[in-house]
Design a binder for this molecule. Structure first.
Ligand SMILES: CC(C)(COP(=O)(O)OP(=O)(O)OC[C@H]1O[C@@H](n2cnc3c(N)ncnc32)[C@H](O)[C@@H]1OP(=O)(O)O)[C@@H](O)C(=O)NCCC(=O)NCCS
Length: 318
């Protein structure tokens, strides 16, 4: 293919939202709202056209009002078995990145949602591997694969065992202290990566202010207390921009291995279910088996996985 036949344009350079939406993906329904809420900008949304047909597209996302994108969460190719389409997608990624990401800065993480069985479904595998190869071609590497899970209204919530009682936290400081303590021995890759370069307290602050405290709507967080009055852990049920979520849940190291995770998860579910939500979302690393098992035991459906890729110097441990 002559690369000059392909046109690479962002939405503020003449391509249109209608064109952008010609490729299917699970985030398509959110895009109009995202633009209105300033989570997406026309200059962060790009398409590659081959003879007028959109053969690839990409878009970055940020929290409202951020100057720079925080996530590359859309990268699509029309036909992952077509070399011309793949070539256009690769060039689109390089071209758009050069314009959107400040030179010398590390590009934001790439997040791709895939079916849970993507390794055995042939079409899903070909597409996922093609996209991972495209990102790898610009220096990205797999950081972690995560399960995306959903609880649906009507799913039975196991009754409390009576081993724990729950109360609201005594302010952000208590949650920060519990997060700091809970980071020891964590199986969560993001926390583990942070702990390579920062103290547990700094890692907790980064996670808290970057994600947990960014929940929208009223906080319904709960601290679990044992019979002796000691905190065992906490759970942060709430809402992100799109869904009711169990934002985070942790059992302090000395209490692990006693099944407290189930009670804390179910407390978070009960708190949200009492507000009338019809579903709740959560995510956990594939390697965090105690957490994944707890979701499964308590009736959560794994509806999707995410492939999280990052651009990092090769010297850095992944
Ligand atoms: C994930 C977590 C909540 C599990 O809580 P828990 O109440 O200990 O879970 P369980 O009692 O069901 O543990 C099941 C098994 O996993 C083991 N386990 C639990 N957490 C573990 C950890 N961090 N590392 C290694 N093994 C762990 C338990 O010892 C137990 O082993 P056993 O079956 O041989 O006895 C807890 O490890 C934790 O708080 N981790 C840090 C925060 C985190 O990852 N939160 C989830 C983010 S999505």
């Amino acid at each position: 293919m002559d690369a000059t036949q392909v046109r690479y344009r962002s939405l503020d350079e003449g391509s249109t939202l209608a064109q952008f939406l010609t490729l299917p993906y699970s985030l398509n329904d959110e895009i109009v709202d995202d633009i209105e809420a300033h989570r997406r900008r026309p200059e962060w949304m790009w398409v590659a056209e081959l003879d007028g047909l959109v053969v690839a597209r990409l878009a970055w996302w940020s929290n409202p009002g951020e100057d720079a994108p925080e996530l590359l969460d859309i990268l699509d190719v029309r036909d992952a078995r077509d070399g011309n389409h793949l070539d256009a997608a690769g060039r689109l990624l390089a071209t758009a990145t050069a314009q959107v990401v400040t030179p010398g800065e590390r590009p934001p993480e790439y997040l791709r949602f895939v079916p849970p069985d993507w390794r055995v479904d042939d079409d899903a595998r070909v597409e996922t591997e093609a996209l991972m190869t495209l990102a790898a071609g610009t220096g990205a590497r797999l950081f972690v694969e995560r399960r995306r899970l959903e609880w649906r209204a009507g799913t039975q919530i196991s009754p409390r065992s009576g081993r724990l009682r729950f109360r609201a936290p005594h302010g952000d400081a208590e949650i920060l202290a519990l997060m700091t303590e809970a980071s020891a021995g964590t199986l969560d890759e993001y926390t583990r990566l942070d702990l390579e370069t920062m103290s547990p307290a700094d890692a907790a602050r980064k996670h808290f202010y970057g994600e947990i405290a960014a929940q929208v709507g009223p906080r319904r967080w709960r601290v679990a207390i044992d019979h002796d009055g000691h905190p065992v852990g906490f759970v942060t049920p709430g809402h992100n921009h799109y869904h009711p979520v169990i934002g985070y849940l942790a059992v302090l190291p000395r209490y692990r291995g006693q099944g407290y995770v189930d009670e804390m998860l179910n407390e978070g579910v009960s708190v949200l279910a009492a507000t009338g939500v019809d579903h709740i979302r959560a995510a956990t690393d594939l390697g965090n088996t105690p957490m994944g098992d707890a979701f499964k035991r308590n009736g959560w459906a794994e509806f999707e996985r995410s492939i999280n890729m990052t651009w990092r110097p090769p010297s850095e441990k992944m």
